[in-house]
Design a protein around this ligand. Structure first.
Ligand SMILES: [Zn+2]
Length: 204
């Protein structure tokens, strides 16, 4: 391959293929992000587990540092980066207690997936908007869109976490137990099983 051809291939990749690829990614996340948020809005049990997951991680962070992350489902949540079910169970129970006492600040976590979803969404909107205004094949609008999206995404995320992706009213969520969470036969974290309480009429 001659150097001129190589240069042409490089030019096409950098100035045409990459922006088109990014535009594709942007269009996908334009649909994906709202549907992920909608899933959470429709599933109060997931939002409650998500609140408990964040609060548990925030409490565990003092002992385990910043390597913890989590995942929430309707009947459980998983904390990755820790392999001590007793410690996670104790933290989860303490988290439930503190949320009941109004410590809603615990439902916000800086490295939550909400931030990534929001950043991807804002990137999509800004990238499409800027491409339309400034022309499609410009690296300036990619950098501008990424920077602005990250700034807006991480600013808005705490509010969205508090009001959309979590629900701090975990009083009726029973913590059943904790166990090792295995991924490919390796204990990657701890799973905490929860259940919607049957005794809704109980005096608390
Ligand atoms: Zn989260």
């Amino acid at each position: 391959m001659g150097p001129l051809l190589l240069l042409a291939v490089l030019f096409v990749s950098v100035f045409i293929l990459v922006p088109i690829f990014l535009l594709g990614v942007a269009l996908v996340s334009l649909v994906e992000a709202p549907s992920q948020l909608l899933y959470l809005i429709r599933n109060p049990q997931v939002r409650k587990n998500h609140a408990l997951e964040h609060a548990t991680i925030n409490l565990l962070q003092a002992d385990y540092g910043l390597r913890l992350s989590g995942m929430s489902y309707p009947d459980r949540f998983v904390v990755f980066g820790v392999a001590d079910p007793y410690a996670v169970m104790a933290a989860a129970q303490r988290a439930k207690q503190l949320l009941g006492q109004g410590r809603t600040d615990l439902v916000v976590h800086p490295r939550c997936g909400t931030t990534a979803v929001l950043t991807a969404f804002f990137f999509a909107v800004l990238f499409i908007l800027l491409s339309w205004i400034l022309g499609l094949f410009s690296w300036i609008n990619i950098l501008l869109a990424v920077t602005l999206a990250w700034a807006v995404g991480s600013t808005v995320s705490p509010w969205v976490q508090k009001h959309v992706t979590t629900d701090a009213r975990v009083g009726d969520l029973d913590i059943l137990g904790a166990d090792y969470a295995y991924y490919w036969a390796f204990p990657a974290g701890v799973v905490v099983y929860t259940k919607e309480s049957n005794v809704r009429w109980a005096i608390r």
